[in-house]
Design a protein around this ligand. Sequence first.
Ligand SMILES: *Cc1c(COP(=O)(O)O)cnc(C)c1O
Length: 378
Amino acid sequence: MAWQIPLSDIDIGPEEIDAVQKVLKSRWLTMGAVTQGFEQEFARFTGARHAIAVTNATAALHLACIVAGVQAGDEVILPSLTFVATANAVRYVGAVPVFADIEGEDNFNISPDSIRQNITARTKAVIVVHYAGYACDMPRIIAIANEFGLVVIEDAAHATGARLKGISLGNWGLVGCHSFFSNKNMTTGEGGMLATQDDAVADRLRNLRSHGMTSLTWDRHQGHAYTYDVTDLGFNYRIDEIRSAIGREQLAKLGKNNARRRTLTEMYRESLAEFVPEMNIPFSHTHGESSCHILPSLLPAGTNRNQFMDAMKAQGIQTSIHYPPIHTFHAYRLENFPHGDLSKTEDVASREVTLPLYPGLQEEQIARVVQTAAAALR
Ligand SMILES: *Cc1c(COP(=O)(O)O)cnc(C)c1O
């Protein structure tokens, strides 16, 4: 479908094309110097002590669970209102995802009170998701984790470049997991990054990313090593030079593009408040400096969401739902996975509609989205 206003759009220019050509001409395509440069620049931009590039954020979440020491039979608390990858990573290590509720209508992030209510003797870790790039209540969550001896993992897939109290999201917990999937704030097509402040954790992550091997093909190419040992059950979760080259260019634009997203989000908030006051935009209070990854909205109770989305579609405007809650999926049937009260998650998930947001969106297009939404609701 050729949307007049798509849900999201990427910002790719001659810089990325040139960077990819340079890599191809260099004749070294797998993880090497360009990836090292990407990792260093990412670490500098976010203030992370270590940044470790991987094939995608799902792989990052898997490795995060391993280095957090999550084992078969352990429980990990996470929101149900997230992308399914957050919970799948827990299951990859044989652990049990335990779904916690969100804070409420104005804050779709995991509720610290709900985390506390779901802790048992088997709880090992908490995975927080900074929904749309708005920070979870990290000071309270870290305090709860410390009280019960839990590890905190951050799913920062929406939140690259976002901050809370001057600290980048992804740098609060033991490990932060960033995504460079095609519709994220910066993209490499497929790609991801692990962030950690812990030297030993970083060493283990680097090792696990590449088969548990003590040296890389790159090291041997450079003449630094002839052989290697295998010290852990690792994976092939490497990125490559082509995607890292794209990532460096995308990272250079991220600050500007996130600022643009914040400006557009403000425009939406003002315009919707004026013309469609019955639609609510969450995160109306500040939650640090958001990366404004998406523009979630809440339809009034009783609205037929499919009809609303159809009316938008008829005008060439793409909308989406973030998210169908994980505990409602077949593969996550309620009876198999424990959870407490998820009534706020269920209410929000039934009324949420995501509106178009991307750096290239124009003010006139926001006006069209808002006017079309107003007409659709009347
Ligand atoms: C995109 C996304 C992921 C998965 O990222 P990939 O890089 O596609 O593996 C995980 N969690 C959330 C919240 C996401 O939005």
